[in-house]
Ligand binder design. Structure first.
Ligand code: ADP
Ligand code: MG
Length: 523
């Protein structure tokens, strides 16, 4: 394209770039954004459906998780991509509520589209949306339950986040207890160290075999067949040490010209390799984990000394084992002593199918724990892993950032109600935008009702009147049906942080898309 300047055409864009502007750009962006949120709408809530995603390479993922669905979809449109980012931000910040955030963003766009058609200026929409979002945050704060966040309430938060997810043949309530047990173990006065709970998966058993392991599970196998398969009351070393003869490690350099010299060289090497085992044995080590490699001959000496050793342990695992046992990671064996070593009730090698795992349990510090997830197939364990991850995240969010609010659309009903209350006193066209925001929030309870097989209009009417009279009403899904009731009585609760983040990220992206009136793309 060209613009005139002093009579000369000035080219500011290359010829193959495309440009759409004004309402066309807005409409195209809004349509793209809405389409993405539509795609995940049917997965919202406990009765939401799953999606099967097939990649170019033919890999199949079956999931109900909003972030996963959007992450796997090959989305090119930039505005659609912004909705995907809403889900990603939501996942990163609080670990749950991705579908909620994406659906809300899409609905905010749909309402904005109508406002634009009615000639409400984009700036007015943006201002109104921000004002409404502020009211939404206040309404969420007002919904936070007074109840103490005890194990029972936390288990309800965990179960709510897992309801409707593929948890195999085990009820969310059962897994929820495992999740709470794990989180409570890594909680201290400073809060929850979420990274200290690891989810490990292994196929080949029913998901009801999923268990809490008070310690760390390492994926490594012992470096030698003749090592003990387990040690009780173990002294544990966590090392970043290579158990190999390195050039320069051997005292002298040999110019090998005779068999004697060769033997001497081999002997010197053997001495080195033996020394690794001797050092560990002298320090009383029963089990050693190193992030580096172990030479086969060094492994044989370790086996002779009755030490259970693992090589190539990944960095996170080494950190977790050190945390759990109270060991400090040592970069050298020189001067290795008791202060470097940790303790565990047991270090045990267990075989699952073709895989061997080392269980480090009952560590002295026990600040690293594992949820060991089992499932019949990889699809089951994958979805179970995602569900457990979400559940661990929501319990953390409930404890560390702001408590819990009623779920099942009750908090959303309260948000919409609070915004409508205030909208009445706002003058000018901004009121239309504030009201539109409230209408957009309604999409959440409406979709929950729809996915539960209820009539969405009846459900909304019912919700509002129950909200007005009792203050708390959600669409509780139970088995094949649903009804309007108090979600807290039904144990359906979500972290407040998930709602705050959904409002925040959906508003951000919707207003950003509405503000764009010019799309210039170059390829
Ligand atoms: P998201 O990706 O937004 O977390 P979900 O599919 O996990 O989407 O659905 C979350 C919504 O489902 C929340 O609003 C939550 O309160 C609601 N929910 C969970 N369990 C129930 C239940 N038994 N009855 C009604 N709503 C529920
Ligand atoms: Mg969820």
């Amino acid at each position: 394209m060209a613009q005139q300047m002093h009579g000369q055409p000035m080219f500011i864009l290359s010829e193959d770039s495309e440009r759409t502007s004004g309402q066309d750009a807005q409409t195209a962006n809004i349509t793209a954004g809405k389409a993405i949120s539509e795609a995940v709408r049917t997965t919202l809530g406990p009765r939401g459906m799953d999606k099967m995603l097939v990649s170019d390479a033919g890999d199949v993922v079956i999931t109900n998780d909003g972030a996963t669905i959007l992450g796997e979809m090959d989305i090119e449109h930039p505005a659609a991509q912004m909705i995907v980012e809403v889900a990603e931000t939501q996942e990163e910040e609080v670990g749950d509520g991705t579908t909620t955030a994406a659906v809300l963003a899409g609905e905010l766009l749909a309402k904005a589209e109508s406002l634009l058609e009615d000639d409400v200026h984009p700036t007015t929409i943006v201002e109104g949306y921000h004002e409404a979002a502020q009211l939404a945050h206040e309404a969420i704060d007002g919904q936070v339950l007074d109840e103490e966040l005890d194990a029972e309430l936390l288990a309800q938060v965990a179960a709510t986040s897992m309801t409707g997810k593929g948890t195999g043949d085990v009820a969310p309530e059962v897994l929820a207890e495992t999740v709470v047990e794990a989180i409570e173990r890594v909680q201290d006065e400073d809060g929850v160290e979420r990274e200290d709970v690891v989810v490990r998966t292994q196929t080949g058993a029913s998901s009801s075999a999923t268990e809490f392991v008070e310690g760390v599970i390492s994926e490594e196998e012992p470096v030698h067949d003749n090592m003990p398969s387990g040690v009780e009351d173990a002294t544990v070393a966590v090392l970043d040490v290579e158990f190999e003869v390195r050039e320069g490690n051997v005292d002298a350099e040999y110019d090998v010209t005779s068999v004697d010299q060769l033997n001497a060289a081999i002997e010197a090497e053997e001495g080195q390799l033996q020394a690794f085992a001797d050092t560990l044995a002298d320090a009383g080590v029963d089990a050693a984990f190193t992030t580096e490699d172990v030479d086969d001959r060094a492994a044989a000496h370790l086996a002779d000394a009755g030490i259970l050793a693992f090589e190539g342990v990944d960095d996170d695992e080494a950190r977790a084992i050190a945390n759990a046992t109270g060991a400090s990671r040592a970069g050298t064996l020189d001067g290795l002593d008791d202060t470097d070593l940790g303790r565990a009730e047991s270090v045990e090698v267990q075989k699952f199918g073709d895989d061997e795992f080392a269980f480090v349990e009952g560590g002295a510090d026990a600040t690293s724990v594992t949820v060991f997830a089992r499932g019949g197939t990889e699809h089951v364990t994958d979805e179970l892993e995602r569900a457990l991850g979400d559940a661990l995240d929501v319990v953390t969010a409930a404890l560390d950032s702001g408590g819990v609010v009623p779920g099942a659309g009750a908090t959303e009903t309260a948000i919409a109600d609070a915004i409508r209350d205030r909208a009445a006193s706002i003058t000018g066209r901004r009121q239309l935008a504030v009201d539109a925001f409230a209408d957009a929030v309604d999409v959440l309870p409406r979709t929950l009702a729809e996915n539960t097989g209820m009539d969405p209009i009846d459900a909304l009417v019912d919700l509002r009147s129950r909200h007005d009279s009792d203050g708390r009403a959600g669409v509780i899904s139970e088995g094949q049906t649903g009804h309007v009731d108090d979600p807290v009585d039904a144990g359906v609760v979500d972290p407040a942080a998930v709602k705050h983040e959904a409002v925040e990220s959906a508003t951000e992206s919707a207003t950003m898309i509405v503000r764009i009136d010019d799309v210039i793309s170059s390829d």
